[in-house]
Ligand binder design. Sequence first.
Ligand code: GH3
Ligand code: MG
Ligand code: MG
Ligand code: MG
Length: 303
Amino acid sequence: MSWTNLATNGRILVVDDAMENIQILHQALRGEHDVLFALSGEKALELAHQQLPDLILLDAMMPGMDGYAVCAALQESAATHDIPVIFVTALSQPEDETRALEAGAVDFISKPFNIAVVRARVRTQLTVKRQADALRELTLTDALTGVANRRSFNDTLENEWRRCARSGAALALIMIDIDHFKRYNDLYGHQAGDLCLQQVCDAMRRCASRPQDLLARFGGEEFILLLPEEELTGASAVAQRLLDEVTAAALPHAASPTGALVSVSMGVAATRPRAGNDTSGLIRTADALLYRAKHTGRNRFCA
Ligand code: GH3
Ligand code: MG
Ligand code: MG
Ligand code: MG
């Protein structure tokens, strides 16, 4: 991936209470970008959540909710927090500009604007946004398998824990460890071992079917599946599917005493998170159950 090759076309939300300004900006940008528009701050917030634009061009002065209030509301919501905002406004005093930047805007363009300058600044901010997105993706992904890494798992677990504590829902974890993987490496070599980790992940990914489920590499040949809003019964059914999918992948493991195929052992735990208590007990329980699965024959789950 090259930073300079990141395409700059994207979806832009233009917000202005004057239709004439929207028309000018739409004309200027539509050749390169997908342009949406809103005639009020309230409508802008609604569209931002629905359409998740890559960039927002925001008028400061509007009746009702003004640009500063829109910017503050975008900042407060996790879904819209990372959308860059460029203020486009007739206000041109340094304190207006400062106020916009303090509200969270990434750039400030004064009216009357020059179309070429608007286009150039939009391109710059879209490039910066793409780079930030790509970087975030890299810091949250395991390079070998493409599943979430441990950091991403920890962040997501904390967030889902709080969310479930608020809603009263349960939360489940499946701790997964490949059986006799040391022998696999010893027999087939480390490179084949790497490929095997990828193939096991591909099989397991099919079991994390809901958008809130998260499969992560916990370390080495250990993985963890986070299942928010799932009870022990549901999580056990998912663990059975994991076993079935890994078996169906039919990856040869001639050195495995468990069978001639690659298999996994799992510990399944669930709890009802409460505000104030932490996640470590649940992980310890899943880990202890994984240990039991190992010691009662492997290629199974304990719940
Ligand atoms: P058990 O069934 O009890 O889990 O036995 P095991 O051999 O799987 O467990 P052990 O913890 O003894 O060995 C884990 C092996 O996983 C050793 C290590 O070299 C290998 N491993 C960890 N990470 C990677 C990796 O990224 N690539 C490869 N190829 N091997 C790895
Ligand atoms: Mg206005
Ligand atoms: Mg193992
Ligand atoms: Mg292990």
